[in-house]
Design a binder for this molecule. Sequence first.
Ligand code: ATP
Ligand code: MG
Length: 229
Amino acid sequence: MEVKRISTGSEPINSFLNGGLETGIITNVFGESGSGKTNFCVQTAAHLAEKGEKVVYIDTEKGFSPERFKQIASKEALEKIVLNEPLDFGQQEEAINSLEEIAEEHDPGIVIVDSMVSLYRLKAKGNQVQEVNQKLSQQLSQLSKIARKNNIPVLVTNQVYSSFDEDSIELVGSDVPRYWSKCLLKLSNSDKSVREIEIEKHRSMPEGKSAQFKITDEGLESVKNRGLF
Ligand code: ATP
Ligand code: MG
């Protein structure tokens, strides 16, 4: 199937990604707390909903704020959001396993999972790690299938932890989300207002390519356009 790029509604993000999020694959946005992962999701959801597309949104940490959504899109657009809020990793698995049915019913333009690993993290302790990793892998495999079958983007977010090397961060779930995500994007804060997005893995763009953006009431906006202030 032809790969299309779906607009996120954010000028700097779209131009960085040559048009937007690719259909048929999982795009994984990772970064430290406060780096803008949820804003990235809400921005994209708001834009697609505003265009009349349904958005399946799995929110595992009460990150989806209707108030924030309405800063970017209209009240009517909010009705296009099919929200699911699993409370534990088992419910997350159920939510992901029911996606084929949900996709048939709603024909969504995107599936978003924010975050893929916050509930996983609560479980992945001690000798359960292998079993929980298998479940995480199964869920990502299912998401990948949904992306391909419906030719839509799947957008997931991923928490990180500092690795031994102080300067670098590693994905929670490490190799599992890394393997399943054909596009890996790292967000970071350069300073309080300027944020950075960087390619960590991509099928057609070089690793290390980066751009800046800022978070405003309107969403993820360009740093340059606003003059000195
Ligand atoms: P976590 O891992 O904790 O979920 P995150 O990566 O999802 O973090 P976000 O919630 O997307 O991070 O980003 C939070 C940041 O966005 C905060 O610094 C907050 O000040 C900023 N922010 C949220 N709304 C606005 C707004 N309307 N204008 C400017 N900045 C905003
Ligand atoms: Mg968040």
